[in-house]
Ligand binder design. Sequence first.
Ligand code: 39A
Length: 221
Amino acid sequence: MQLSNEISNSYELLEFLKKQNLLKEEPSYWWPSSSDFEILIGAILTQNTKWTNVEKSLENLKKLNILNFEAIIEVNSTVLVEAIAPSGFKNQKSQRLKLLAKNILEEFGSFDNFCQSVNREWLLEQKGIGFETADAILCYACHQEFMVVDKYTQKLVSYMGFEFETYEDLQAWCEYGINENLDKIFELYGYEISLNKLYCRFHGKIVEFMKSNRLKARVKE
Ligand code: 39A
């Protein structure tokens, strides 16, 4: 299949990516983590850095037992800064994590209540949280029905000949083709899959496809 002229909507893109068998070794929701809390922290740490750097920071936080809101608020700033240093922007990210932890506890009381009750508007009001981070938290940590679109998604659809003016236009294109073709998607998977899990796996497939250099190989063909 020619990616650049045979795919006309996001359902067809999902179908194409699914045939590539990209997530065979990955967790079922794609984002690797031992908890949803870790995903929330990872979504902040992954801004402007490679995922492998985030993994190092999360390892440090785990060893120091700083993977809950109370610990993030109470830990000495210097310790937090050093723990997350592999992800870069360590002072800024440390301040933002501390402020976010405080605001979440004040507004929602617990992580579980946060996941159930938080909405996109509240997240976007938090310092340092833009569309992509908000959607990563909603989709992967809170299991809500939002699809993350990122630089990989932009690059892939641009190669396919689509240009979108805003993040939300691209997100709407991705979500629309999936929502409109749920019956076909269930057939493709062989079972009913939740919209949240579908968005997780669709975004995961896009990231893995782009990281695998398979697009470059196709461009050369
Ligand atoms: N950019 C990324 C990633 N690349 C990733 N993985 C690989 C597993 N996650 C979870 C988030 N952002």
